[in-house]
Structures are given as structure tokens and as C-alpha cells.
Design a protein around this ligand. Sequence first.
Ligand code: BDR
Ligand code: CA
Length: 313
Amino acid sequence: MENIILDCDPGHDDAIAMIMAIASSKINVLAVTTSAGNQPYRQTLRNAMSLLTLMKKRDIPVAYGNRKPLVRDLIPGITMHGITGLDGAELPNPDFSPRKENAVELMNSIISDHPRNITLVVTGPCTNVALLLSVHPEIKSLIKKIVILGGGMGVGNIGLTEEFNMAVDPEAAKIVMESGIPITLAPLNVGFEAQLLDSDIENISKIKNNDVAKAVTGLISTYRLSFDLISRDFEGVPLYDPCTIAWLIDPEKFSSRFCNVEIETKGELTTGETVIDYYNVSKRKPNAEVLFHINQKWFANLIIESIKKFQLQ
Ligand code: BDR
Ligand code: CA
């Protein structure tokens, strides 16, 4: 069983990642923390709590993250996720309260209680984890692993070679990538392959008696339209963030390579780029397992089966 803390900024694809994690018998979600990313921090917190209310998982502690990236102002991901961050579905109002302590303090106490037994899954900017490592440096050796959705090798989604999560808070990403903690990085290269095709979306829409299926159908149909706005000609709709959870469930369904990854923080054209040394030209020590390819059929099926687990009795 993989014990995780999900640090996210829901976000359509964050929502699917959360659903998969909660549905999986291989993953135990000990807490959800939220970051400023797709929306400002209050809204991502609210969205995470709405999703947990939808799944009837009010017992999972939720904590709010830092108000903004470490040194920059937040530019939220409105183009892709709309003005709520989860446009396209009518989600319930949260019917429980967040924790009083913030994301950093909640992560710190859970990791201290479960030394070397917690994996941090980061599907938003790395701000909260960077703060955790800076405020509580002694926690480093107690973190089992960090799985991050972010970056790209030669590809981007908010610039030619910049991916949203890394570009929103490159200084935080740098702290995390240089931490020495075992890291798995899912960049856009694998995210672009992690698609739901029209036939998959149709299968989800046909699942009856299931509020999660209804919400996901609305979310994905709307998210799909956002890709038309940015003129990306994908066959289906890519779901980046769920790559993290899918990898924890079955890493064999991915191809990967250990690489040195550095974060560009001062580039004129490339701030936030993950510089992935695929051929180890720099001779620097690899600091991340980078995922490159995924079995799309397996991935889509995993999402569908995860949703089915929320069937109403
Ligand atoms: C990342 O950016 C966000 O819009 C998504 O939720 C995902 O985490 C992809 O670049
Ligand atoms: Ca996200």
C-alpha cells in the first residue's frame, strides 16, 4: 500500500488524479493539500473539498497551501480550466472544514508520524513542497519519494518549452529537484500520450447511478474544448496529472529513464523549463526518473474502472 499526500491545484486533471487515488486499493490518501496554480489558493482549496464531498470522503484532512508562488505573482490557468478551475460540472458545496494548520505543517506532521513511508504526489506548482523543505529541512530524509507532474523535454504548454506547473513557480521546482529526495517526474511528453479518446468519454457518460461519473463527464467534455482553444490537435483529451497516480499503481505500464533534470529560473525565453539531460551529456548525477511513454489503453481503462467504484448502492 502506497501512503500518499496529494498536493494539487484542482484543475480538471487534478480532479481525475484525486478520483483515481481514492478509488485505488493500492493507494492510501492520508491528506490533500492545495496550491495556488490553476486558480488562486482559496479556490483550489474549495475545489478539492467539493471533490472530496462528491466522493463522500470528508474524513480525508485537507489543508490550504501558500497564497502565491515563492517569489512571483500567480498567473492562474484560466484558459484551460475556466473561471472556477473546474468548469463543466455542478459540484456539491463542501460540507466539512479544512484543517486549521496549513499545507506545510500538515505535511510535516504526517511525514514525521510515518517516517520513510509517505510519498508526496505533486500535481500543481511545487510551492508547498519547497516551503516544507525550507522550513523543516530535517524532514528531507523522512520523505520516501516525490512524484511530480511537470516540465517537458523540448515541449511546453504555456510557452514553447515551458510547462504550466514548473513555470508558475520555477524557484520552488528548483528547490525540490535539487533536494536529493527520490523523484519521479512525469513531463508533458508522457502527459500528451495519456489521453481519453471519444469512445472512453462515451463509456464514462454511460455509467449510470454514479455521481462521480456524471461530474467527470461534464468536466472532461468542457476540458476537451479548452484544447481546441490552444490549437492542439490531439486525437483525444490528454490528462496530465493522473499520470502520477497511474505510475504509482503500475510503473510497468510506463517507459522511463533516470536523468539529470535542472530547472531554468533565469531564462529570457525559457523560464521554468526542465532541462532534461536525456543522453547524460553533462555527466551530472541523475536526480529523477523521468517518464516518457504510457500504455494509453490501460490508462483509459484504469480511469473508467476507478470511476465505476463510486457506484451508488
Ligand atoms: C499542468 O497544468 C495544469 O493546468 C494541470 O492541472 C496540470 O497540472 C499541466 O501543465
Ligand atoms: Ca494540476
